[in-house]
Design a protein around this ligand. Structure first.
Ligand SMILES: C[S@@+](CC[C@H](N)C(=O)[O-])C[C@H]1O[C@@H](n2cnc3c(N)ncnc32)[C@H](O)[C@@H]1O
Length: 254
């Protein structure tokens, strides 16, 4: 398969590329929706999709509820989707900015009452956004770091937009906790390409909408520690769910 252009979401998505947004928008408007994830080895999966993106606090699992206890001060929710975490926190009087590179997802966040929401890619984050006490990357959104190199570049950028005792609350999945032949083969393929085994190159499809290819990074706890090594961030704590899913509470090296 020819991958002609890998975008980090730097440019505004065109409407036909906004598969996440259309999936979210249709669900919001009471239509059936779904999310197809296509990997660059041809593997296709259907994710939990929009229903999960609209789930209320009472439906969240314990590990997610536990992570919310670490939120403090001013919050930046990166890849906020339909805004479930942002809206929960806004209701609790936190000042929240939700960003997402999907124009329709941000429209839905606004229609649901999120006061501050912007169409912006993680790669476009800059100090003009303000100074945050908490950065949220929920729903596996540690993945938006994309690669080892890009994660370290972004962690540097995060330093400039956060207070000295800020926390990053980031969810991911240990890619090695699988027996699936196709996933194990994909890890081998990635090693051959000098990519991290859990560095998925994917695009999301819904109806005729399809996102550009992008890299989504799944990491083990050791790999996360390696990414953070010699940066000004370190792991304070892991909150585990079953199936290798976990949330990292990441703090600054003071
Ligand atoms: C798996 S969903 C998680 C949504 C939300 N955090 C939640 O837990 O319900 C990933 C979200 O990240 C957004 N996204 C994908 N690439 C992005 C990028 N480069 N910058 C910002 N958001 C991005 C998608 O549009 C989507 O809304």
């Amino acid at each position: 398969m020819k991958v002609s252009k890998i975008t980090g979401g730097r440019q505004m998505l065109k409407d036909w590329q906004d598969a996440f947004g259309h999936e979210i928008y249709d669900y919001f408007n009471g239509e059936r929706s779904y999310e197809i994830v296509e990997r660059d080895d041809g593997y296709i999966d259907i994710s939990g999709g929009a229903k999960n993106y609209f789930s209320e606090y009472s439906e969240w699992q314990e590990y997610e509820k536990e992570a919310m206890k670490y939120v403090r001060g001013k919050v930046l929710d990166i890849g906020c989707g339909a805004g479930r975490h942002s809206l929960y926190l806004q209701d609790k009087d936190y000042k929240v900015l939700g960003i997402d590179n999907s124009p329709l997802a941000i429209q839905v966040c606004k229609e649901r009452g999120l006061k501050k929401a912007m169409v912006l890619s993680i790669t476009q984050i800059n100090s003009r956004l303000g100074n945050f006490d908490t950065i949220l990357m929920m729903g596996n959104n540690f993945g938006l770091f994309g690669s080892f190199k890009r994660a370290r570049w972004l962690l540097g950028k995060f330093e400039n937009i956060t207070t000295k005792d800020a926390l990053i609350i980031a969810e991911t999945r240990d890619p090695y906790q699988t027996q699936l032949k196709e996933h194990l083969e994909y890890h081998r393929l990635n090693r051959k390409r000098n990519r991290m085994p859990g560095q998925l190159r994917i695009r999301v499809r819904y109806k005729r909408y399809v996102t550009p290819w992008f890299d989504y990074l799944l990491v083990s706890k050791d790999e996360m520690a390696l990414i953070l090594r010699d940066t000004n961030w370190r792991i304070r704590k892991f909150i585990d769910r079953n199936g290798g899913v976990y949330i990292a509470i990441i703090e600054k090296n003071l």
